[in-house]
Design a protein around this ligand. Structure first.
Ligand code: GLN
Length: 248
């Protein structure tokens, strides 16, 4: 489609921050945008790269402590920009390692401390027992959310910060203690959910897409044809089935 409206998406540090399939989130956003008739422009941003001229949506993945240490300098050079985009309402999804660095700090299990950029009022302390396994939570905004967690960091939300959801059954969530998982600040979602998250949780994908389109164009219009709508419906059935299996 030649007259498709572009949506500019930054994939943040895909070289170092992309484990347990987090790049799948980028593929889902691209696909769901294209099936609505938009043009998805993906900008992979790694250390030292030029920042794109226009940004509608930012997606970041998880990473080992070593990956987090590799990106931290460059990340701080972008901190002010990321903070101002977040407060302007740009939708963002930050998984695990980048969720931690969007908080105030991450004290790793070896005792070193990585400062975060403070978009999310939360701090993280590494411990020697990793929190690993399937994760099911209930979110007021998105219903049941399913995924997989693997982290050493225990994250604690500051007073008044909303979690993405509550973990009542499987999984540990932010810290294994207070039943919270993830965080939501403005249109920024932070979460420990890998899996990848978005193929199985299309409600979150559509929130990100819709918010990005509305901010840029004033509205979100489904410009797809019947075949595209049928394909979206097929993807939603597959996601519902995956969710049913995971939650059972
Ligand atoms: N390195 C961080 C931790 O272990 C994040 C891990 C991840 O992104 N899965 O807590």
């Amino acid at each position: 489609m030649t007259d498709a409206k572009p949506i500019d998406i930054v994939s943040l540090y895909p070289k170092d921050m992309n484990i347990y399939g987090d790049s799948g989130n980028v593929l889902v956003v691209r696909r769901r945008l294209e099936l609505r008739g938009y043009e998805a422009r993906i900008h992979a941003y790694n250390q030292g790269d030029r920042w794109p001229d226009h940004v509608d949506l930012i997606l970041g993945g998880g990473g080992q402590d070593t990956g987090q240490k590799k990106i931290i300098r460059d990340f701080f050079e972008r901190a002010e920009l990321l903070r101002s985009l977040a407060s302007d309402g740009v939708p963002m999804l930050m998984i695990c390692g980048l969720y931690q660095l969007f908080g105030e700090y991450f004290e790793t299990v070896d005792g070193s401390r990585l400062d975060g950029i403070g978009v999310i009022g939360a701090y993280t302390v590494g411990r020697d027992v990793r929190m690993i396994g399937n994760l099911v939570e209930h979110s007021d905004d998105f219903g049941d959310v399913i995924g997989y967690e693997n982290h050493s960091g225990q994250t604690f939300l500051r007073e008044g910060v909303s979690p993405l959801g509550r973990v009542d059954q499987d999984g540990r969530g932010n810290n294994g203690e207070d039943h919270t998982e993830g965080a939501r600040v403005n249109n920024v979602i932070g979460t420990y959910m890998h899996g990848s998250l978005l193929p199985k949780n299309p409600a979150i994908a559509d929130f990100l897409i819709r918010t990005a389109a509305e901010r840029r164009y004033g509205s979100f219009e489904d410009q797809g044809d019947d075949a595209m709508r049928a394909e979206l419906a097929r993807l939603d059935v597959a996601a519902a089935e995956a969710r049913r299996v995971a939650a059972s």
